[in-house]
Structure formats: structure tokens, C-alpha cells
Design a protein. Structure first.
Length: 318
């Protein structure tokens, strides 16, 4: 099924009324926290929960209506085609023309393909975003519950509310986590929190996490990689995928981020003590490093990468 992003209109918030369900949610939320919280934290939690519920309802409605082609008035398809669920997993190329007042203003080709991505919607994800917004777009399309957090929140917010903290690629371009943030992340992991770090350039700071990550950027070929554990949960927790199919989609057209991660268990090795996929068990928590260009592969509708993304999120969030 082709993914279509879902947004809530301004009118939704203008007519919002607090329901009994909202009150019950906040009551449960406070019981889970076992501590009084200011009204700003309660409002933030309620807004996030409302967004999750409404997106879930809209997504279910969209799925019942079948596949959607958007926008239908501004674009014309250069070839006659019917997009449906039986189109299969292979990418299909379409020519899209932008016509204004009967004149061709622009033309490009797009790819549409089917993909299954079963991210656990019960996971609460904190996202430290990167610079291009691609990960946010993907999380939104998969229906995952996530909330972008600020440097301020890293220092003062309640990280225990989340099951998983994700560091997006290039996130340090906008964030400068302090020693206070590092201590909070360490405590969060000690008590069972999950951390997922996507591939980073060589500006990654070594004092943010209780694990050493020395990363770089390179263009790799999947044939150069070694799969150390073919039966790992990364390859079967939500979707069963063939590890060689995942690495086979990695090419020099993508930028990969091999890294030396210590301590860690290497799942996919890139040579010279570098790895593209590792996991570190830290007390009750877990840290996953993924230097695979999974987001770009997802963007290009690589069916295996789409399934791997779901596995990666579900495993990292424990």
C-alpha cells in the first residue's frame, strides 16, 4: 500500500473539548509517573495522545478506502495506470507532469511500490531530529507514536515516559547536549530505556552516551559486508527478512556510516573493526547503532529496507 501522510486541521484544535477518556488517560499517566507533574507536562502528554488516537482513526479510515493518489487536480499521470494493493512489491515508475493553465510547467518521474512496515504503535518514541526531516516523514507515514524533543527537554524533561530515544543522522548540527543530558540518558538506559543511533558523520561527540561511537561516512557495496549473526532479531522480530537481501540493497549510490562502537556486539561488519549494525546491552537498557543507509533505501521503496526499519524500531524499543 502506498503511504500517505496524515495531518490534523486547525479546526480540530479550535473545537477541542476535554472528554472523560482524556481524564482517564491523564489519571493513568500520572499513576505511571508516580509523581506530581506541572500542567504544561500534562497538556503536552494529552496533546500527543490525542494526535496518536486521531492519526490512528484516520489511518484506519484511509486503509478501508483503499489506495490513494494525491494530489489529483494539480498533476496528470503520463500513462494510464490503476494503483492497487495487488501491484506487488516491485517499484513501478510513473511520469508525472505539472500542468498550469494548459501548459507543461514541470515533468518528473516517480516510483510507487508496495511495502509492509509494522512498527509497534504502542512504543513511545522521543526523536532528536536531524537536518533533512526524512526520519520524521517516515515515522509519520508508518503511524509510529513519536515526539521531537529539545535540548531543554533532554535536561529537564521526563525521559522515562519514552520507550525509545532516537538520535537521527546529523542531529548534532542542531543539538548540543550537555553533561546533564548525558547523565539523564545514562540513567534512562540503566532503568531499561532503549536508544537508537542512526549513522553519524565524524562530528559525533563521545561524551553523550555510555557507549563509545567513532563514526565516519563512506560509500560501500553490500558485497563488502559480513553478516555476523544471520538469526538475530533484527531480521525477524516483526518481519522475516533475508539478511543478504538487506545488504544486497546497499550500494555506493548511498552514503553509509560505518563506526567503531565499544562495547558492542557486531551484527553486520564493514571491515577494519567497523560495523554498520551493532547492539549493546547496558544494564537493563539497550543501545543500537545503525550505519546502514536504511532511511534512503526506505525513501527509494526498497521493500526489504522498509521491513528492516520496522524490525529496527521494534527491537530497539524492547
Amino acid at each position: 500500500m502506498a503511504f500517505v501522510d496524515i495531518e490534523l486541521s486547525d479546526s480540530y484544535w479550535q473545537s477541542l473539548e476535554i472528554s472523560q477518556q482524556d481524564i482517564e488517560y491523564l489519571y493513568t499517566f500520572l499513576l505511571e509517573k508516580e509523581t506530581p507533574l506541572p500542567s504544561t507536562d500534562l497538556a503536552s502528554a494529552l496533546i500527543s495522545e490525542r494526535i496518536r488516537i486521531e492519526k490512528k482513526h484516520l489511518k484506519e479510515k484511509q486503509q478501508k478506502n483503499g489506495d490513494i493518489y494525491l494530489p489529483e487536480r494539480m498533476y496528470e499521470v503520463g500513462i494510464p495506470v490503476v494503483v492497487r494493493k495487488s501491484m506487488g512489491p516491485e517499484k513501478q515508475k510513473f511520469i508525472v507532469n505539472l500542468v498550469i493553465d494548459g501548459k507543461l510547467a514541470a515533468s518528473n518521474q516517480i516510483y510507487i511500490g508496495g511495502g509492509v512496515c509494522s512498527v509497534n504503535e504502542n512504543l513511545k518514541i522521543a526523536l532528536i531530529p536531524g537536518t533533512d526531516g526524512l526520519l520524521e516523514d517516515i515515522l509519520g507515514m508508518t503511524g509510529a507514536y513519536y515526539q521531537t524533543i529539545s535540548e531543554r527537554y533532554l535536561e529537564t524533561g521526563n525521559l522515562d515516559f519514552f520507550d525509545l530515544i532516537i538520535f537521527d543522522t546529523d542531529c548534532l548540527e542542531n543539538y548540543r547536549p550537555s553533561s546533564i543530558s548525558a547523565d539523564k540518558i545514562r540513567n534512562y538506559m540503566e532503568y531499561g530505556g532503549g536508544v537508537l543511533v542512526f549513522g553519524q558523520p565524524d562530528n559525533w561527540r563521545d561524551d553523550i552516551l555510555p557507549v563509545s561511537i567513532v563514526s565516519s561516512a563512506d560509500r560501500l557495496n553490500g558485497k563488502e559486508l559480513t553478516i555476523k549473526d544471520k538469526s538475530h532479531s533484527f531480521f525477524n522480530i516483526a518481519h522475516k527478512i533475508t539478511p543478504s537481501s538487506l545488504t544486497g540493497g546497499i550500494s555506493r549510490s548511498y552514503v553509509s556510516h560505518p563506526a567503531m562502537v565499544f562495547p558492542s556486539e557486531i551484527i553486520i561488519e564493514a571491515g577494519d573493526n567497523n560495523a554498520l549494525l551493532t547492539v549493546t546491552e547496558f544494564n537493563n537498557g539497550r543501545l543500537v547503532y545503525c550505519g546502514i543507509p536504511a532511511l534512503e533505501m526506505f525513501r527509494h521503496i526498497d521493500a526489504t529496507a522498509i521491513k528492516f526499519f520496522a524490525n529496527l524500531i521494534n527491537f530497539s524499543g524492547k
